[in-house]
Design a protein around this ligand. Structure first.
Ligand code: HSE
Length: 440
């Protein structure tokens, strides 16, 4: 039964009526009563800014403007929901809304990863909230889980499949042998992909999200420019199959790990043991594993993109904003989980200084002694081999694929070893290298 709320409803303005904007409007309308019972107050969409209508959204009599700044400047509006995406206009819109004393909810990972430090400083100055749960992993409340649920822990590492489009492509390629470009087109049609899909397939979108997760996990400022990013465009079906034969799955993983020297912040294709839960996260689904010293490993799983899953996180943020509107601004949950004057300057490590195990595929001529030369190059550099698999001679080129998995080693050392391997007379072309994470 609906409670009786003596206070007036909170008025919100939605900027952007695309996939997420449309979903947010629909969820707010459909679940209005239940949401009000949770928030303690009604929530009214008082204005929408959209360049065109969304056929999946019945906006009825809600006023619509084509200018997003009408919303930011509307004195009636308490909360601006930024769902236009991108770095430029969204940045201006959010700063304008904050300047006008409005709270902000955004799903914009690029904006937060790149301009978050500035936006949060402005928000603190003006005493308003900026909430961004929907920016990472769509419908999974992973920011809340790390920032609040795991607040007791010293986080050691986290690893996630945090781009739904990329995971959808890898899954369809592996399970159905579909072509990359064809699956990408489908992901675009389903509204999963970014406006510029290279953000998905080159790992930029995942690096935005990983940057945010790392700051919240380790209490460091947002440093997107230091994230290492490698996409999935160069992955071949051959490597997917060899990985399977070794008992691994290839996933596009974001990894943030605390070490004594600094923090590893990297996005790249990764071999994961096939029996790990996260290796079996398929399609557009996302999953984030977080390892803390008290809780151990936890896994958060759910839809990482799409209309209503992302709207679920936007509306959850909105409910939080409505709840804290009545509390002391000094006692709000800090943006990056740690108090702003308590962020650490623990550095982000350059990729050369990061450690990982590696899968190597070498195309060798079918001569005696090649395997011994390969083993010597690795052992001279202190690289321990975990497994090795030599395949039959390939009919089409007469070469022998040699597949190796190493133990953990510094990136700089494997790069040196790969250069030595590629210089061998009996090795043809480039050595394929994919990182391996055991996640245990
Ligand atoms: N393009 C993103 C993805 C949307 O595929 O995960 C959700 O952030």
């Amino acid at each position: 039964m609906m409670g009786s709320f003596s206070v007036k409803p909170v008025k919100v303005g939605i900027c952007g009526l695309g996939t997420v904007g449309g979903g947010t409007f629909n969820v707010l309308k459909r679940n209005a009563e239940e949401i009000a019972r949770r928030a303690g107050r009604g929530i009214e969409v008082a204005q929408i800014a959209a360049r065109r209508p969304n056929p999946k959204c019945e906006t009825g009599s809600t006023p619509i403007t084509a200018d997003i700044f009408d919303v930011a400047n509307n004195p009636e509006i308490d909360v601006v929901i930024e769902l236009i995406g991108g770095y430029t206009l969204a940045h201006e819109l959010v700063l304008k809304a904050i300047e006008n004393g409005k709270h902000v909810v955004t799903a914009n990972k690029a904006l937060i990863a790149v301009h978050g430090n500035e936006i949060f400083a402005k928000a603190r100055e003006k005493g308003v909230i900026v909430a961004f749960e929907a920016a990472v992993a769509g419908g999974i409340p992973v920011i809340k889980a790390i920032r609040e649920g795991l607040a007791a822990n010293r986080i050691n590492w986290l690893a996630g499949i945090i781009n739904g489009t990329g995971n959808f492509i890898l899954t369809e390629m592996r399970e159905k042998g579909r072509a990359f470009a064809d699956v990408l087109k489908e992901a675009q049609a389903l509204g999963y992909a970014e406006a510029d899909p290279t953000f998905d397939v080159e790992g930029i979108d995942a690096a935005h999200k990983l940057t945010i997760l790392a700051s919240i996990a380790f209490g460091i400022p947002l440093q997107f420019d230091k994230a290492y990013t490698e996409g999935i465009t160069k992955l071949t079906t051959a490597d997917v199959n060899y990985a399977e034969a070794l008992g691994y799955r290839i996933k596009h993983l974001g990894v943030a790990r605390r070490t004594d020297k600094g923090i590893e912040l990297r996005v790249h294709p990764t071999l994961i043991p096939a029996d790990r839960l996260i290796a079996n996260v398929n399609g557009v689904m996302n999953a984030v594993m977080v390892n803390g010293d008290a809780a151990g490993s936890t896994l958060f799983y759910g839809a990482g993109a799409g209309m209503e899953p992302t709207a679920s996180s936007v509306v959850a943020d909105l409910v939080d904003v409505v709840r804290v509107l009545t509390t002391d601004p000094e006692n709000r949950v800090p943006h990056l989980a740690f108090q702003p004057d308590a962020l650490s300057d623990h550095p982000i490590l350059p990729i050369d200084a990061c450690e990982s195990a590696y899968y190597l595929r070498i195309q060798a001529k079918d001569h005696p002694g090649v395997l011994a030369q390969v083993a010597t190059i690795l052992s001279e550099r202190g690289i321990n081999i975990e497994s090795i698999m030599q395949m039959e001679v390939e009919e089409h080129d007469g070469l022998v694929p040699m597949i190796l998995v190493t133990h953990r080693v510094l990136e700089s050392r494997i790069i040196e070893a790969i250069a030595a391997l590629e210089a061998l007379d009996d090795v043809v072309g480039n050595v394929v290298r994919i990182r391996v994470e055991q996640l245990n």
